[in-house]
Design a protein around this ligand. Sequence first.
Ligand code: ATP
Length: 453
Amino acid sequence: MNFLYVGIDDTDSPDGMCTTFLASTIINELKANNIEITGFPRLIRLNPFARFKTRGNGGVSFKIAINDDNNSQINDIELAKEIILRNVSELSMFDCDNTNPGVVFYQGDITDEMVDYAFHAIYDIITIEEAEEFASKIGAEIHKFKKGRGIIGSIAAISCPLEDYTYELLAYRHKDKYGTLRKIDYDSVVKMDKETYPETFENIDGKYLAIEPKTPCPVLYGIRSNSPEVLEIARDIVIPNEEIVDYCIFKTNQHTDMHIQNVDKIANMKQYACYKVKGTLKDNPHVIEGGHMFFTLVDESGEIECAAYEPTKNFRKTVAKLRQGDSLELYGGIGEQNTFNIEKFQVLKLNDIVYENPICKCGKRMTSAGKGKGFKCKHCGAKGSMKYIGKKCIGEQQLSRLKETDSTGRRVHPYYVYGKVSKFRSAYRCTHCGWTKYEDSTEEYWDDENIMP
Ligand code: ATP
């Protein structure tokens, strides 16, 4: 079976449209003309640091089965191309300088060099010229609108292998509602989350409806899942308080960490790429104006400033609990400011500062006077309360609890490793002196207490 592969990218702008909606509109018109696509349309997230991205740097692709011997099929292909190009030229946000749509048609096998190109688009930066050259090398037909930058992502969306994947169901609003406040029944989303998690994920974060975009695009909500069947169940639970004109389920590389490269040392990391890297905190995390949280990560090769920016919200509270000397595995990428933007982390080892009882005025070390009773000196009989400032510690205060996990790193909240299914170790730490204690636990627990500095 041969296929016509179709890639579409760069049709939207911060003021509107969404390439997934455009693709869904096209797929509906193809269907009305008895042209079916094979499998799910795909939403492929590429390098998150691509300069001209609108939001998540996603390109869309789908495929149509063709039979070369059959004349009517050949006509279908011509009709399909006409429908696709017409919709892109009618619906794209051409007024925006940064909207430069590109459509790519490709017939043939997905070759190894195409797979390499897709990873190149996920890991690095590609120019329009490079993409154009590559298209001509593989015999792909390109259609550039304005500068046609979208061909970069369109070729990658067609070429990207999807061994690991998730699904996203997108519900689209009536166009009269674009730019207005979205109306989704909060309780129904809570119910949906309760009934379908963990097969669906990232639905809500406290009062924040994570399924709801905050841009004026046509999407009312997007539900992420490991299974398309569960998505349909979830969709039926969510109550929209406004009209939904269409739904479409995309197969996607979101939440698979495909963009993350392994790197052995900090010195080998490059700007505009995403990595998983191990290191140790050189200093305690600190907050700057605007609520951005920073610390420096070091290893034997060098150091890098790491950031949890304000939009990461509650994640910063978790970062705030880290201390100098803690060993971590961090996931994230190096952006414009040359800081490593943390997506999530796993604690490898907390910096255990050895607990020492305080030294008495007479020079001898004090001993515990009993639980909650402070310290006493066996030598001179002096007593010290918990407020006594000793050499290292004033006592064992359980002030914070960190969560570690041996999570496989998949299907997790983008900002932190979320030990929902795996066994994890809890650690208690005295925020005064840094003393820590581990405790093995299988309990599910998330400590959200506010200890932001
Ligand atoms: P949305 O997610 O809302 O669909 P977006 O964030 O995907 O929008 P686009 O408007 O599609 O943003 O713009 C991204 C642009 O970056 C496209 O032109 C795409 O071809 C291009 N692009 C994708 N990957 C790379 C890359 N690795 N290097 C350079 N350009 C890239």
